[in-house]
Design a protein around this ligand. Sequence first.
Ligand code: ZN
Length: 368
Amino acid sequence: MILIKNVEIYTPTKRISNGAILIKNGRIAYAGPLASIPSLTVEVLDFKGYIAVPGFIDIHLHGGAGSDFMDGTEEACLRVLKTHMKKGTTAAVPTLMTAAPEAIVKAIQAVNKLKTAKDVLPAILGLHLEGPFIAREKRGAQPESHVRPFSAQELGRYVKAAGDGIKIMTLAPEILGAGPLIRDLKRRRIIPSAGHSNASYVEAAAGIRAGIRHGTHLFNAMSGLFHRDPGLAGALLLDDRVTVELIADGIHLHPAMAVLVTKIKPLGKIILVTDATKQAGRSRAPLRTRDGRLFGSAITLDIALRNMLRWTGRPMTEILPMLTLNPARLLGLAAVKGRIAKGADADLVILDKKLAVKHVFVRGEKGS
Ligand SMILES: [Zn+2]
């Protein structure tokens, strides 16, 4: 058992000053005011002056420290996950790029191998397939040669390789076969996410009616908000059933646009993601393709948190859920992930007053 005491807690929606968290068997056995904790024989960590928040959940993550999940090796996967864990990510949805079917299957198999890894690692909450059934003209950094029309057989191959581990798939709602694809995904309990798409507002709204409930990196690689055609971005912003991903690095998204989104979307429907590639943990400048397209970001989620707080001027209790509780809810895991509460997994990040990551706990074990 570990007792963390004298810490300011954000649950994330409530603040508890001078709080305590008791960790037992990887779970939170108590979280609340320090005064009400009985004296116990435990390892006591006095984190006076620090802040405890739920571990960050990144549902759109490709890479870090020179590695990418598409490298297709267990070592690469470990390097990516450990790089982000040091910065507070305690659970992730490894995201696989558009590629040849064999490369996607190989990457799925590499992620599968992590289930038996002995190292302390962020929890893998499933996989996010970013394509290949997307729009050629909005492919961003996804290689054009591998953008393909929907094939149920191909999707079945990935589902089989992942052992039902695919949780999110990014698709363009205007492509041929998008209707059957969305239906297929819903049947398999995979979240259909609109992205890498040039859909008109009408096409996007039809996709949402068919079952799209999430938007991949809002504004990036999609038809934007234009007054004569509100595009996919407009449709995702307007429908309160839809959650949207924001890459809050200040490059993919102007701070003013991030503020705009917080004024339009219910705050519970905004999810901060990194979309981080190899460059994360090495440099702050994102990679670009040879023709200048942004190739993912170079941030970790702690940076996104600090940026959003600064840009919006909103309190922790409003911004913190965007990288903890909201992604947990999207994945149907809010009972155990994304919150500091009795019974939840002991995934915690300890921050100093400047919100720099000091310690990380994954299911009660020290990850950093
Ligand atoms: Zn991505």
